[in-house]
Write a protein that binds this ligand. Structure first.
Ligand SMILES: O=C(O)c1cccc(C(=O)CC[C@H]2O[C@@H](n3cnc4c(=O)[nH]cnc43)[C@H](O)[C@@H]2O)c1
Length: 234
């Protein structure tokens, strides 16, 4: 299989199989996330799992560096993330159908103006719909609570109700936020490689309460999701 050529076939992940030699790159932000993914993959040699660092810039630089030295058929940005209230609960998973640099733009007296509106490029990277559908169905079949929707990439973790509401209005349907997806996706897009972003929800987006983050639970969900990915991409 070639994900680039045969994305439509991924609609039926359970019967399709990747061709021998397919390589998948998983970019995480920190070692705890990498280790959770590795536990789930259980030695699946088709996957390389890397620590990119925190934030979109580190993610883009790290991903671009890896992609310059090896060939991959799919790149996945994976880790924990914040769920938008009413869209993704703590302990659930979000599969991005769009990866959005939600704070890339300019503040104006009339409000936020995105890079797109400024005419400097695109803040939105689409994800192949068949890939999203196939992966989401497999995760659901494995008993996980899974949602799809835009996943926002932010440079500053949202910490107030006001900012949460503003982001939700800026990107209708926003399901989760994290800090790396857009950087990873931009590097993959630059090389024409399909991208996925998967976030295990450790906290709700809103007033900052780091003590309430359920990191261990989210990492356990990330591990389970990774074992499903290993199965589904077999
Ligand atoms: O302390 C630990 O053991 C630990 C283990 C794994 C991950 C962490 C992190 O702090 C990772 C930072 C990472 O988390 C993403 N994230 C999570 N929630 C949010 C959020 O509400 N808004 C934005 N980003 C979030 C983010 O991608 C960071 O890279 C700690």
């Amino acid at each position: 299989m070639n994900l680039k050529k045969n994305a439509a076939k991924l609609n039926n992940f359970h019967s399709d199989r990747l061709q021998t030699g397919t390589r998948v790159l998983v970019m995480t932000a920190v070692s705890g996330e990498r280790d959770a993914v590795l536990r789930g993959l259980d030695g699946d040699a088709r996957f390389d799992v890397m620590v990119a660092g925190v934030g979109p810039v580190m993610a883009a630089v790290s991903t671009a560096k890896v992609l310059a030295s090896a060939e991959y058929d799919l790149v996945i940005s994976a880790g924990i993330g914040g769920g938008f209230p009413g869209k993704a609960e703590v302990g659930s998973l979000v599969v991005a159908n769009e990866i959005v640099a939600a704070d890339l733009g300019a503040e104006t007296p009339e409000g936020f103006c995105s890079l797109d509106k400024l005419g400097f490029g695109s803040t939105r990277i689409p994800v192949d719909a068949n890939l999203v559908k196939g992966v989401t169905e497999a995760l659901f079949a494995a008993g996980l609570s899974v949602h799809t929707g835009p996943v926002l990439t932010v440079s500053t973790v949202t910490g107030t109700d006001e900012s949460t509401a503003e982001l939700a209005a800026r990107v209708p349907g926003a399901a989760a936020e994290a800090m790396e997806g857009y950087g990873v996706a931009l590097a993959a897009q630059d090389r024409g490689i399909p991208i996925l972003e998967i976030r295990a929800i450790s906290n709700l987006v809103g007033p900052r309460d780091r003590a309430a983050w359920r990191i261990k639970e989210a990492l356990d969900v990330l591990k389970t999701a990774s074992s499903v990915l290993s199965e589904v991409l077999r």
